[in-house]
Design a protein around this ligand. Structure first.
Ligand SMILES: [Zn+2]
Length: 159
């Protein structure tokens, strides 16, 4: 093989490697999570195409998109663990007041003095739902010593 052929091969080799790295980097920038853990056993997962599902969860809030509130993406090391995770979430009661409290908290982050009327307009909830969400917040603050039933390292996970 002449030197031109060898250089061409080397180039292709390098290009293939850099291409793969480039894709991984752009995935990280786009919000990809290369080091996720199985939601059940905690084993570290490869970043790409792990078994995952969207489950209903009243404690899940999406900072970017309120339409995704109440839905949590769970990832697992295997289809079996994914099934268990989905069943665990299905058994957990979905509390609408908790969901409403999350929507209220998001508005109050920007405007801590928002009243019920303003909260209702910003969240799209009825005033009575806002009241129930506020009650839920007060109750959960009062019980802050109780650790959450399910540790969640990424409360904002929502895709
Ligand atoms: Zn697992």
């Amino acid at each position: 093989m002449d030197s031109g052929g060898i250089i061409a091969m080397l180039y292709m080799h390098l290009h293939a490697r850099n291409g793969a790295i480039g894709r991984r980097r752009s995935a990280e920038r786009a919000g990809g999570r290369p080091m996720e853990r199985c939601g059940l056993c905690g084993v570290l997962l490869p970043g790409e195409s792990v078994p995952n599902a969207l489950v209903r969860d009243s404690s899940a809030f999406c900072a970017q998109d309120p339409a995704r509130d109440g839905k949590r993406r769970v990832v697992a090391c295997s289809p079996e663990h994914l099934t268990e995770l989905i069943e665990m979430h299905a058994r957990k009661p979905f509390m609408e007041a908790e969901l409403w409290a999350g929507k209220i908290a998001r508005v109050m982050d920007d405007d801590p003095r928002a009243d019920v009327q303003a909260l209702s307009e910003s969240t799209g909830l009825t005033p009575s739902h806002v009241q129930r969400g506020l009650s839920w917040m007060r109750a959960s603050r009062a019980g802050q010593q109780i650790p959450p039933a399910e540790p969640d390292p990424r409360p904002d996970d929502c895709d």
